[in-house]
Design a protein around this ligand. Structure first.
Ligand code: PGA
Length: 233
């Protein structure tokens, strides 16, 4: 079992992930490198278009994103559900409402991610599909800065639930909106043509065997203590 090869797995592992995964991947890498201390990890983070471009260029051992691009042969395993949610400042007039309709939401200013972001595309598509238009007041190319902007009262936004739960920013709240959360699956992806190293195989097995478990526990710890992530070491 490759998972038991503690200390034997060495070398560099390069991974490129979408920004929505930046909230949980470091925790999983901490657990993986604890098991395989001789592995060196290089992690790239970008929006969907950026990560797709790296996949086309065959830059990395692994990629993590939701939508497989056409024209590239890949091996992929579904990995966790990415839920997109509507966030608002806690003091917003919608913050105490239940069952908010898309029609109602479309009147409020939104801060959206940049072009090339899968989160942006999914949000716009959902509104369009139901015959509404998002009132985009501002575009910000960072989920972190968007949370700060929402907290400061600049508008509402649509973000991955992980960026809210694992990247706590005080003063923001998830709204109960019809047709939300938007559900997608993140996928752990490799180029079919790239021969995986032992390190890559160990990483894949670790992610698929332990990833969801570690994150479910971390989520429980955060919710129960209402604090930041527990220390692994
Ligand atoms: P992104 O993430 O918004 O950073 O492009 C998209 C995804 O989760 O696939």
């Amino acid at each position: 079992d490759i998972d038991n090869l503690q200390g034997v797995v060495t070398g560099t592992l390069t991974i490129a992930v979408v920004t929505t995964a930046q909230y949980f991947l470091p925790l999983l890498l901490a657990a993986f490198t604890q098991r395989h201390p001789q592995v060196e990890v290089k992690l790239e983070i970008g929006n969907r278009d950026t990560v797709h471009a790296r996949l086309r260029d065959n830059s990395d051992d692994f990629y993590l994103f939701s939508q497989i691009p056409t024209g590239v042969e890949v091996l992929e395993s579904p990995f966790l559900t990415n839920e997109l949610v509507v966030v608002a400042p806690e003091r917003h007039e919608l913050a105490q409402q239940e069952n908010i309709s898309l029609a109602r939401l479309s009147h409020y200013p939104f801060i959206l991610r940049e072009a090339g972001s899968g989160t942006r595309e999914a949000a716009i598509n959902l509104f369009n599909f139901h015959g509404f238009k998002l009132n985009e007041k501002m575009t910000i190319a960072s989920s972190e800065a968007i949370k700060q902007a929402v907290s400061a009262g600049l508008g509402l936004s649509i973000l991955s639930r992980y960026s809210v739960d694992f990247g706590l920013v005080p003063g923001i709240k998830i709204l109960p909106v019809e047709h939300f959360p938007i559900k997608n699956k993140w996928r752990l992806v490799q180029r079919s043509s790239r021969k995986p190293s032992l390190t890559a195989k160990a990483f894949q097995q670790f992610m698929l065997d332990n990833g969801a478990k570690i994150l479910a526990k971390a989520k429980k710890d955060i919710t129960s203590t209402n604090s930041t992530l527990p220390l692994l070491y």
